[in-house]
Design a binder for this molecule. Structure first.
Ligand SMILES: [Fe+2]
Length: 402
């Protein structure tokens, strides 16, 4: 099998993505599905529980340039909660918000705040995947079942993962409705300001989970066993972790790397770990960040800043470090253009990537987004952990505070 054999989903075709473009955007590799115990077609959706899904929908449409495509709620017979479905390229977000105060979503939001409840994946054979997951000891939250409406039938099941997060798996090969049975097509009247790029991101690159100290390897093995995911080369070990970032990280991915799940755990560092802060405020393990792939991170960052999105600041010392300049070599724009926007660079043997992180999306210091533009690199920016924290310390030292 070669990369060109990767089957685009109907949604990716509709979004005018091409295989080579997707390969570049999210770093796809060759893979033979035949020996895969849990073959995954693609991410199906990232499902959020929101305190106010109606307003979050407007935020994702107006600020993040997403397209509203489907809806379910009291008007369509779903009395307990509203659900909005948004797309950007091959990425799909689903936002749920409680209408009925007795809806379990209201309790979930009270406990966790806004966050990701489901990282749904599209598969070809739900029953085969669930049989394998069950044989490996996974908790099956929902057994395979058909759900039908006038657009056809989907087959769905759900597997528990870290915290209160789940993986719905769905076979939608016999379905052509706007999302799932019960949803109706819906669009937004929003008109983007002139000159704003039509789409700010094309695909989901990776979804990161934060788990408790000492639990990272448990969840790595869970994905190895239950979904046949393999470990990617990149990891952040305790040498970098304890000195700078106070986290450790490993990455698991499905065969062709369409689905990539980095897993973080706190490490004992100089300061309180950012992972501990997340666990305190989310109330346990959960999704820390979603990386959104873009082909032009400079234009995307400029458009998002114009809408008021805030990003983590990168100290000038990061860009002025001769070691960093030597490490990153030549990238597609002058380093000054990156510095102006605070965009980070990392390079490995396969190429380089550009990345930047937003501040938390909601009130709690929990979920945030990353933007990523890949040029061959299959990494996640581990080189930036050390470079960024060292440069912060250099600035601290310059102020006489280290
Ligand atoms: Fe990331």
């Amino acid at each position: 099998m070669t990369i060109s054999d990767i089957r685009l989903t109907p949604r990716e075709v509709a979004a005018h993505l091409e295989t080579d473009e997707l390969r570049q955007l999210v770093g796809l590799v060759e893979h033979d599905d035949a020996s895969d115990p849990f073959p995954v077609v693609a991410m199906d959706a990232v499902v959020f529980a929101c305190g106010n899904a109606t307003q979050s929908m407007q935020y994702f449409v107006s600020t993040w340039g997403m397209t509203l495509v489907a809806y379910a709620g009291p008007e369509t017979g779903q009395r307990s909660h509203k659900s909005f479905v948004l797309e950007s390229g091959s990425a799909r977000f689903v936002l749920h918000g409680a209408v009925d105060p007795k809806c379990p979503l209201a309790d979930h939001h009270r406990a966790h705040g806004d966050g990701v409840v489901d990282l749904a994946m599209e598969v070809l054979d739900v029953d085969r995947c669930i049989a394998h997951a069950r044989s490996q000891g996974a908790t099956i939250l929902e057994d395979p079942r058909d759900v039908t409406d006038q657009f056809g039938t989907v087959r769905l099941a759900a597997i528990a993962t870290y915290g209160s997060t789940r993986h719905t798996i769905v076979d939608r090969s016999r379905y052509d409705g706007p999302y799932l049975p019960g949803f109706v097509a819906r669009s937004s009247g929003f008109a983007a300001r002139p000159g704003k790029p039509e789409r700010l991101f094309q695909a989901l690159d990776h979804a990161v989970g934060n788990v408790e100290m000492g639990r990272m390897d448990h969840w790595v093995r869970f994905y190895n066993r239950v979904m046949g995911f393999t470990n990617m080369a990149e990891f952040v070990g305790d040498d970098i972790a304890t000195e700078y970032s106070a986290l450790m990280s490993k990455v698991v991915a499905n065969g062709n790397h369409r689905v990539k799940f980095p897993l973080n755990e706190p490490a004992v560092g100089k300061k309180k770990s950012q992972i501990d802060e997340y666990l305190d405020f989310y109330g346990g393990p959960g999704c820390q960040h979603l990386a959104l792939a873009t082909g032009d991170i400079l234009a995307t960052v400029d458009a998002l800043r114009a809408e008021g999105v805030e990003f983590l600041k990168t100290p000038d010392a990061y860009y002025e470090d001769p070691q960093l300049r030597a490490r990153i070599g030549t990238v597609r724009v002058p380093v000054e253009e990156l510095q102006k926007r605070g965009i980070l660079v990392d390079r490995d043997e396969d190429g380089y990537l550009l990345q930047i992180f937003t501040t938390p999306l909601g009130d709690r210091p929990t979920i945030f987004f990353e933007l990523i533009e890949r040029h061959g690199s299959l990494g996640f920016g581990a080189g930036n952990f050390q470079a960024l924290f060292e440069s912060i310390e250099r600035e601290q030292a310059a102020r006489g505070n280290l």
